[in-house]
Design a protein around this ligand. Structure first.
Ligand SMILES: [Zn+2]
Ligand SMILES: [Zn+2]
Length: 394
């Protein structure tokens, strides 16, 4: 089959590799119909994630059609269309019982902290991802959700990560009626965090980024205020000025260790690798929130971090929450929001690219060219579906 193939930092290509097979009676094989490139795939692409092996196929955001199931699979059969949450989870461990699906104890037993994620290096379990024609889906009765007939595939694929991650980011901020919410990052997760903040009763939503076309987009799409941090000297002071010197009630970090913005942070974090990425946005999130406020983190950080202003966290009495999204927990409510017209995820898709052109797609997304916000890869075997949907859309 054709699949995205990692060759080393900044080098990926479309290549042929053997089709995945049923390896366990609980597996399903899914023919991919849509697969996204995620901002966090860029951490892999840039060589920032340990144990990313040559030959690995990325892609933790995909939907497809079941073509084969192992003998133990009860709830799926060939022909079913499924959306597959980005995290693999067992459904029965201590964490899964508490619906902390992103923290499953069984699917990545070698790791102490991170759970299992499709196509996210051997650090996250070594499972091949969905930027391919076919993908093996373990524990097929647990993770995948059959796609309702009235849900567009383009909406479904965004429900595998970007929408629920943005939604959970807002949820972890514990937003109260009328709260001012500042969101760092105008990528897809930040965009959906902004939308979700309104759904949870925010009175004011401000999104911070440096990429002008993304700020333009989120301003229109999520009806929020925007700040370009390149035009601001001191972020904390700027946000305080905007909020009667109180600071925001809630700040949300949708950027993580890939942040730009401070030369010192970039030097120690991204170039000298003294810490796992830059902590610029974490500083901003802590320093821009009011005393007693909530900081929510969904941006991806490496495990080691040493330059965080913990003193401010203590003195301001902050509550910090962070997690990988428990995708499946949010799906019923998010599908409801889409049906009722309150959320329209597919509008953020700017690029539809044949899987064969995956190298160009990564380059364009990584370099933020061509006003790219979200790229969907279409495998050759799914072109027919693409044609049908294209007709339906336009
Ligand atoms: Zn993702
Ligand atoms: Zn589990």
């Amino acid at each position: 089959m054709l699949a995205m193939n990692y060759r080393g930092p900044y080098r990926v290509r479309a290549d042929y590799k053997p089709d995945p097979e049923i390896e366990h009676p609980g597996d399903a094989i899914v023919r991919v119909l849509r697969s996204c490139i995620c901002g966090s795939d860029l951490h892999l692409y840039h060589g920032m994630v340990p144990d990313t092996r040559v030959g690995h196929t990325f892609g933790h955001e995909f939907v497809g059609e079941v073509v084969d199931v192992g003998r133990d699979v009860q709830t799926l059969k060939a022909g079913d269309r499924v959306l597959v949450p980005f995290n693999l989870f067992c459904g029965s461990c201590f964490f899964c019982q508490r619906e902390l699906f992103g923290n499953c104890h069984n699917t990545n037993p070698e790791a102490t902290a991170v759970g299992a994620i499709y196509g996210y290096s051997h650090t996250a379990g070594g499972y091949d991802g969905g930027q391919a024609e076919y993908v093996r889906v373990p524990m097929a009765d647990v993770g995948p959700l059959p796609i309702p007939d009235d849900l567009h595939l383009d909406d479904a694929v965004l429900l595998t990560d970007a929408v629920p991650t943005g939604y959970q980011a807002a949820e972890m901020g514990d937003i109260q009626e009328g709260d001012t919410v500042v969101i760092f990052g105008a990528g897809p997760v930040g965009i959906f965090a902004a939308k979700s903040a309104w759904l949870m009763g925010a009175g004011r939503v401000i999104v911070v980024d440096e990429v002008e076309y993304r700020l333009e987009f989120v301003k229109r799409y999520a009806q929020c205020e925007v700040v370009n941090f390149r035009e601001v000297n001191d972020m904390a002071e700027h946000i305080k000025k905007m909020t009667d010197w109180m600071g925001a009630d809630v700040t949300i970090d949708c950027v993580g260790g890939d942040a730009a913005g401070s030369i010192a942070q970039t030097l120690t974090g991204r170039l000298m690798k003294m810490q796992a990425g830059a902590s610029t946005v974490l500083h901003w999130a802590i320093n821009c929130v009011r005393k007693g406020g909530n900081v929510s983190i969904v941006g991806v950080y490496g495990p080691t971090f040493n330059m965080v202003p913990m003193g401010n966290v203590l003195n301001k009495g902050l509550t910090i929450r962070a997690n990988q999204a428990s995708v499946k927990r949010h799906l019923p409510r998010l599908i409801e929001h889409i049906r009722e017209g309150r959320l329209n995820p597919k509008e953020i898709i700017t690029h539809r690219v044949p899987l064969e052109e995956v190298a160009d797609a990564y380059h364009i997304f990584s370099s933020k060219l061509d006003n790219c916000i979200k790229t969907v890869l279409i495998p050759p075997s799914a072109r027919e579906v693409q044609a049908v949907n294209a007709t339906a859309l336009h």
